[in-house]
Design a protein around this ligand. Structure first.
Ligand SMILES: O=C(O)CCC(=O)C(=O)O
Length: 271
């Protein structure tokens, strides 16, 4: 979608840049030195054809080559029954037929996809917790290095209690309303805090992983253990996490989490 332009000249420059970028995209040499992640991202950013993307929610709509790749597996337990944190009604009619259902890929047996274990109410509850309970000091967020005195109750609660409150920006001491800062929240780290400058965990800054997330991830790991090649080498305990907040056009760039101490410990991703 074209942005709003303040002048015809600005629009012409933008259109010219778009044309140049399209030519560049077609140029195979511009793909050199790019990781496969970047190449795929670049490709999918500009295509309308997602027929070769896995769709676990509508299995029948996948092209044959993808259907051949997807393998249905059975979880060792019913997540809704086993998880101490409520995920949804285990007797819900729509849940019963898929209570143990999960999928993996022939070429990637370490990946297990569990479709929608959380009910609608529980999803909203978790989203609320992410904004209110988890996005608070001492958990660090992307805003911490840029603003003085992040309120101890978190930005969301502080904004609800004091709608006109502001924070002081460190670079120029300007006052920024909390209402403008909430959409700028990108991530909050949980458990062992991560240092994005050194790209290492801060072993002396360890806070409890919120119990709901610890319960949920530990139950997921129990449910998948032994189903494919996914049995962890030691008992799993959630020690670190990140809550990513996405605005409408945001994406998570493909990457490898190289800072992990143990590369065979499970990574549980909720989305
Ligand atoms: O959301 C995910 O699955 C992984 C998140 C992640 O790796 C990150 O934010 O660095």
């Amino acid at each position: 979608m074209a942005p709003q332009f303040k002048s015809k000249r600005q629009q012409k420059i933008w259109e010219q840049q778009q044309r140049e970028a399209a030519v560049q995209r077609e140029n195979p040499s511009s793909f050199e030195n790019q990781s496969p992640f970047r190449q795929a991202e670049r490709y999918y950013k500009h295509t309308m054809d997602f027929s070769d993307v896995f769709d676990f929610h509508n299995l029948e709509d996948n092209i044959q080559a993808i259907r051949d790749e997807i393998v249905e597996i059975e979880l060792t337990l019913d997540l809704r029954e086993a998880c101490p944190y409520p995920l949804g009604d285990p007797h819900e009619v729509a849940w019963i037929p898929r209570r143990r259902k999960a999928y993996t890929l022939k070429k990637c047996p370490g990946l297990v996809f569990i479709p929608n274990p959380l009910g609608a109410h529980e999803q909203r509850q978790l989203i609320r917790q992410c904004l209110t309970d988890y996005a608070r000091p001492p958990n660090k967020s992307n805003l911490d290095p840029h603003y003085f005195h992040i309120p101890s109750e978190g930005l969301w609660q502080a904004h609800i209690s004091h709608p006109t409150a502001t924070l002081t920006k460190q670079s120029d001491q300007s006052q920024v309303p909390l209402a403008h800062l909430i959409p700028k929240l990108r991530w909050v780290t949980l458990g062992y805090q991560y240092n994005w400058t050194t790209k290492e965990y801060e072993l002396d800054q360890r806070y409890p992983v919120p119990q709901p997330l610890a319960d949920l991830s530990e139950t997921v790991v129990r449910a998948i253990s032994g189903t494919t090649n996914t049995t962890p080498s030691r008992p799993f305990k959630a020690e670190a996490g990140i809550v990513n907040f996405y605005q409408i056009r945001d994406t998570l760039q493909g990457h490898v989490d190289r800072s992990e101490d143990s590369m065979d410990a499970p990574l549980v991703s909720l989305r």
